[in-house]
Design a binder for this molecule. Structure first.
Ligand code: HAM
Length: 548
């Protein structure tokens, strides 16, 4: 059936058509060539009743002429008979007069008139951020530092989708991170989630290659992660997280290399061991105590998560969790007693000199000495970290003044791939969020200024009787070829405005094309940093750009 042959004379027909098109368009009609999309929609009119369920905003129109108008007038990409949902929605509201979009029927128009138009909420969703250009420069600067360090240590960058199958995160150890999932059912009835962290995606990617990646490897990534957190200073509902991971090495050489890279970053941004420390422990301490007490291994991960919770809540608050886990309170009390020890020697006294945990920790501290980072590292048996998959060494970077939440955290997770049904593969890494570090740098007053837009020259045609704009284009092009970042003034502006603008964007020069100089084949260049003005031949401008 062709669109033009449909009769849409009655209002009932129009709203019915709208309802039908809604459910069709929400099932992937977007981007379909217009005529075939409509044929499908029209043929469904006969098959469906008026009461068909409406789940999204409407998409319909009344006549072929109007439809074509909608398609043509759709602007951005609306050619060739295609139109976007947004365009059609707008059209529907203005062209179908019998339904106000809220199911109010024929008197909807009157009600609509009375309704005050609701103002757009300009804040981004709670816990998320907009990045205006200055914020973006700050973010890019931070990412650049992370990328530089990663490159220096031989890591390769990777990425994965922000949307993953929910099952990638539904571990049953009672972790906060799984309780904070942004999860939903998509249009294909799949349970999906926005990634709260990168490690499970990395494990999925490794598993997908079925051992074909070649171990060991060092990879890094800077994903945006989503957690439905209670917001506190430095904790938000989305954050960017620098991830550094090494797969395929069993020894603590891995952890030492990771810690050295982390310290390298801190030093690069101007922090010292007086500002930041990195607490190090091994979950094997817990493992060994549990095995001494005869607790089965399958309770290890959940016990670690519980012990981590005890940093924030008293033991009475986790009584229910303990019972669910079938763990005696005395076991946790014994663990806590061991974990209050502040030196490896003290742990060795409890676990014995031959304890694997003790040997590993001692070796790690020796390697840290070899890297020259020992003043940053503090052994602290109470550090457990809240993620279930860590199996060995765990660590956490913290603000020595104790005012901020953890700056970064990581550890060894040798069994994660197994939990997904893969081959046992040793791995360790860390995640380093963007929020706390920026707070810390601000607090220490060592965060660079990001006011500077990076423009080297503002080019400005001082139009009098003569239109010099084309010459301005020619000069801007030469400057750009000479390697400069150039902002050409696009409107006819007064010099006062141009200099104010140049100052606001922190341009270093203003290049003025004025009638007299131009007649001599020259331009005037004002150096705003030195307050000096010079004249340069237009023929030499590219050369000048290279040296300024
Ligand atoms: P995590 O300890 O959950 O570990 O997070 C690592 C870091 O991400 C935290 O120390 C913090 O800097 C930052 N972070 C976490 N949640 C938030 C939040 N809501 N707002 C701001 N920053 C946050 C992991 O995610 C592991 N996957 C890290 C890892 C990689 N382990 C091995 N490889």
């Amino acid at each position: 059936m062709k669109f033009s042959s449909i009769s849409l004379s009655s209002s009932a027909n129009i709203s019915m058509l709208a309802s039908l098109l809604i459910s069709i368009s929400s099932r992937g009609g977007i981007g379909m060539p217009l005529t075939s999309a409509f044929t499908l929609q029209a043929s469904n009119i006969a098959k469906r009743s008026v009461s068909s369920t409406v789940t999204t905003t409407a998409t319909a129109t009344t006549t072929a002429t109007q439809w074509n108008l909608a398609a043509e007038g759709g602007g951005g990409g609306g050619s060739g008979g295609r139109t976007s949902n947004a365009v059609s929605d707008k059209d529907l509201l203005s062209k179908t007069t019998t339904n106000d979009g809220n199911g109010n029927g024929s008197d909807g128009k009157k009600k609509k008139k009375k309704q005050k138009q609701k103002k757009l909420e300009t804040n981004p969703p709670k816990g998320t951020r907009d990045f205006y250009p200055e914020d973006m420069r700050q973010r890019t600067w931070l990412f650049d530092q992370w990328r530089e360090v990663a490159k220096t240590y031989g890591f390769s960058e990777y990425d994965a989708p922000v949307l993953e199958a929910e099952s990638l995160y539904t571990r049953k150890a009672g972790e906060e991170v799984t309780e904070q999932l942004y999860n939903f059912v998509d249009k294909g009835d799949r349970n999906v989630a926005l990634r709260p962290e990168m490690t499970p995606s990395l494990a999925r990617m490794v598993m997908a290659k079925k051992g074909g990646l070649g171990l060991p490897f060092k990879w890094f990534s800077i994903p945006q992660c989503w957690r439905y957190e209670r917001m506190t200073r430095g904790r938000r509902r989305e954050h960017y997280q620098w991830n550094m991971d090494i797969w395929g090495v069993e020894g603590v050489e891995t952890e030492a290399e990771l810690l050295a890279a982390m310290v390298d970053f801190f030093e690069r941004v101007g922090l010292s061991a007086e500002d930041v420390g990195i607490k190090v422990n091994s979950r094997m301490v817990i493992g060994e105590v549990l095995s001494e007490l005869g607790i089965p291994e399958d309770k290890f991960a959940a016990t670690c998560v519980l012990v981590d919770k005890l940093e924030k809540v008293p033991i009475d608050a986790i009584q229910g969790d303990l019972e669910e886990l079938g763990l005696d309170r005395s076991v946790v009390e014994k663990l806590l007693q061991v974990l209050t020890n502040k030196s490896i020697d003290a742990i060795a006294e409890v676990l014995g000199e031959e304890s694997e945990a003790v040997l590993q920790l001692s070796q790690l501290l020796n390697l840290c000495k070899a890297y020259g980072i020992e003043e940053w590292i503090i052994f602290d048996a109470s550090v457990v970290r809240g993620l279930a998959y860590y199996t060995g060494i765990v660590f956490e970077a913290f603000d020595r003044r104790g005012e901020l939440r953890a700056i970064a955290g990581g550890g060894r997770y040798d069994k994660l791939l197994e939990t997904f049904g893969g081959q046992p593969t040793p791995a360790a890494g860390f995640g380093f969020g963007d929020a706390v570090i920026i707070e810390l740098l601000k607090e220490r007053d060592i965060l660079p200024s990001f006011e500077n837009t990076g423009v080297d020259s503002v080019v400005f045609a001082m139009n009098g009787q003569e239109d010099l704009y084309e010459s301005a284009i020619e000069i801007a092009t030469k400057l750009r070829k000479g390697g400069q970042n150039v902002d050409i003034v696009l409107q006819n502006k007064k010099p006062k405005w141009v200099f104010k603008h140049a100052d606001r964007i922190k341009s270093r020069h203003v290049v003025i094309i004025a009638p007299d100089e131009h007649a001599n084949g020259e331009v005037s260049i004002k150096n705003l940093e030195l307050g000096e003005q010079t004249t340069v031949k237009i023929d030499d401008i590219e050369e000048w750009a290279r040296s300024h």
